[in-house]
Design a protein around this ligand. Structure first.
Ligand code: SF4
Length: 320
């Protein structure tokens, strides 16, 4: 591991003072430390932010919730307010990683975790995300886990988080010290020709919390398909929220995971279903619409159909 300096931040102002373009924030460390051991992340300085008072979960005026960036994933999933008002979030978190990792991992770190593309972690492989301009060995390699939506010739990696898929469906906002909040759906970027730039965060910027708007009454579910029953990243996942009124869908939100460089909101499919009775035909049409732009790769031609079926299953749950 490359040598680095280490400082502990005790308050927000000390964070701003010590953060530089070559420093990284350390919270749970469940992804960053692995990346440093592998020589993929090589910060000159680690700024330990774990003692900052950002671990709370607070009610917001109007019925929302503010989840501190340092709240541990386990605590968020176990919070009674999350379970009662945002069950899709608790389900998504509990579908991710292992209990040990969830005990350690934080909400802010979950947002910033990096792709699990095997070529990214293998320093002998070409990877534009790791080394700009190096190429992408996944394009002609084993790309079963990779993106089918929004990818580019520079990078076909997917964002690995389950939690972020639920947050995208919940219309969550990311609060960042010193600037306006950013909608979760806009926080992560598509790769284009700069796959190393993964979020809208600038150098030294710090996530302080994530806001959930007041919960809408209705049905929600997180479904995930993976290669084994636990401790595996999604092949495809979906978070669905539906509010029915008088037999019609007053509100529909669909977010997909495991398909793109960011949690993927299926806005067109949502529009197609809003104001309808969510009959079988319409659900099938919406699922087709959600994957209309899918561009499967050599080893993941199964993903579009898997995603369509997952959307169908989740929406049928809402109707029934
Ligand atoms: Fe790197 Fe992205 Fe290609 Fe994976 S898909 S090797 S992360 S550039």
């Amino acid at each position: 591991m490359k040598p680095f300096s280490y400082v502990t931040a005790t308050d927000m102002s000390s964070v701003i003072d010590v953060a530089t373009t070559e420093s990284k924030y350390l919270a749970g460390g469940t992804n960053l430390v692995d990346l440093m051991r592998a020589g993929i992340e090589t910060p000159e300085c680690l700024v330990d932010i774990s003692r900052l008072p950002l671990a709370g979960i607070e009610d917001l005026p109007g019925g929302g919730l503010r989840i501190g960036a340092l709240a541990r994933n386990t605590r968020v999933a176990a919070d009674a307010r999350i379970g009662d008002r945002y069950p899709v979030l608790a389900q998504a978190i509990l579908n991710g990683a292992s209990p040990q990792l969830r005990n350690r991992a934080t909400v802010g770190g979950n947002l910033l975790q990096r792709t699990r593309c095997g070529y990214f972690y293998d320093r002998h492989s070409a990877c534009n995300k790791r080394d700009r301009g190096a190429g992408c060995d996944a394009l002609d390699g084993f790309n079963r886990m990779h993106a089918i939506l929004g990818a580019s010739q520079s990078c076909i990696a997917v964002h690995p988080s389950d939690m972020c898929v639920a947050l995208a469906a919940l219309d969550a906002q990311v609060n960042i010290a010193g600037r306006d909040p950013v909608p979760l759906a806009d926080f992560h970027r598509l790769p284009a020709d700069t796959p190393h730039v993964e979020t809208v965060l600038g150098p030294g910027e710090l996530i302080t919390s994530v806001d959930l708007p007041a919960a809408l009454p209705g049905y929600s579910v997180y479904l995930k398909v993976r290669d084994r029953a636990s401790y595996a990243f999604a092949l495809v996942s979906v978070a669905v929220l539906v509010r029915m009124e008088g037999g019609q869908a007053a509100s529909v939100r669909i977010a997909l995971g495991g398909v793109a460089h960011k949690p993927w909101r299926a806005y067109e499919a949502e529009r197609l279903l809003t104001g309808t009775p969510l009959d079988d035909n319409l659900i099938h049409q919406a699922a087709e619409q959600a994957l209309a732009d899918a561009r499967p790769l050599q080893h993941n031609a199964f993903k579009p159909e898997l995603a369509r079926r997952l959307i169908y299953r989740a929406l049928k749950g809402a109707v029934s």
